[in-house]
Design a protein around this ligand. Structure first.
Ligand code: NAD
Length: 293
């Protein structure tokens, strides 16, 4: 069994991106720039945005963090996005989700210009993914594909089961794994909250991707011996003995599942770090499209 260490894979990708950026700036070009909008002060969102900003700096990207109060009205947020859409020095825009209830996430997603939509949530980019056209792939599934590539995990003709059908993880993941691309070409089953006999379906999986947001849901009895297990889940579980009062748990019961697998991602230290690598790779692509346009 090998642990698919997201730290190692993400660092290798960041090193490559950094070298590319150094090459561009040495030739007189500006560095890539990512603008992040954070509405309110949700603890997990603060952590994610801070990590994205830090990773930009480590990779030689510029970043711009725009903080808006939780009470900001939808029009002000949409106008802020429009301004960034028209700012030629900004290559990528992300709005950290979730948003307060009075703001439509769909409107926000659709206001980001598809050419700057480095989170890959805009319907135009989702459509391109379905049709196999170049566009921005949501950062988490993209990061998982980069992880499979880094560790050269063979996927062709394997049966992949993806638990979860969200627009940001499960559904795009199922499309990528079934696409005729490197580290794709799987036969894919997508499972969700209405799936019956989930255990029997999971037991057929050569590759099992858990993205349902239920801590330690996938247990050893649900995993085929020798499977590849990708754990996307990130849930804060209260724990008074932990320094911060909580621990991060994945969707897979790692300790009991790991010995049955050929390879497995840890949580933390797996898919989360690859998500940032996916985001930075998308931002560099947006930059290249922008500066060569
Ligand atoms: P979501 O709540 O939007 O979707 C969850 C999906 O799981 C739904 O499609 C639902 O049908 C399915 N589901 C729920 N209960 C189920 C059950 N009992 N059996 C089968 N399917 C079930 O969540 P999401 O945004 O896709 O995120 C999923 C998890 O991944 C969360 O823990 C989230 O925090 C985490 N996440 C991690 C990263 C990362 O970078 N590692 C990025 C995004 C999301």
């Amino acid at each position: 069994m090998i642990v698919l260490d997201g730290k190692i894979a993400a660092q290798a990708i960041k090193d490559k991106l950094k070298a590319q950026v150094e090459n561009f700036t040495a030739n007189g070009l500006r560095p890539p720039k990512l603008a992040a909008i954070l509405v309110g002060s949700n603890g997990a969102s603060e952590t994610y945005v801070a990590s994205k900003v830090k990773n930009c700096a480590e990779t030689g990207f510029e970043s711009l963090l725009i903080r808006l109060d939780a009470s900001v009205d939808e029009t002000t947020l949409l106008q802020t996005i429009e301004k960034l859409n028209h700012d030629h020095t900004v290559d990528g825009i992300l709005v950290q989700l979730p948003l307060p209830k009075h703001i439509s996430e769909q409107k926000v997603i659709e206001t980001i210009h598809p050419a700057k939509d480095v989170d890959g949530f805009h319907p135009v980019n989702a459509g391109k993914l379905v049709q196999g056209l170049p566009g921005f792939i949501p950062a988490t599934p993209y990061g998982i594909m980069l992880l499979l590539e880094h560790f050269d995990i063979q996927t062709k003709s394997k049966h992949a089961v993806v638990i979860g059908r969200s627009n940001i993880v499960g559904r795009p993941m199922s499309i990528l794994l079934s696409s005729n691309i490197p580290y794709g070409n799987c036969t894919v089953t997508i499972a969700h909250s209405h799936t019956q006999n989930l255990k029997a379906i999971c037991l057929q999986a050569d590759i099992l991707v858990a993205a349902l947001g239920k801590p330690e849901f996938v247990t050893a009895d649900m995993v085929k011996p020798g499977a590849i297990v990708i754990d996307v889940g990130i849930t804060r579980v209260e724990d008074a003995t932990a320094k911060k009062g909580f621990r991060i748990k994945g969707d897979v019961a790692f300790n009991e599942v790991a010995p049955k697998t050929t390879a497995i991602t840890p949580v933390p230290g797996g898919v989360g770090l690859m998500t940032i690598a996916g985001l930075l790779t998308n931002t560099l692509q947006a930059y290249l499209n922008n500066v060569t346009a």
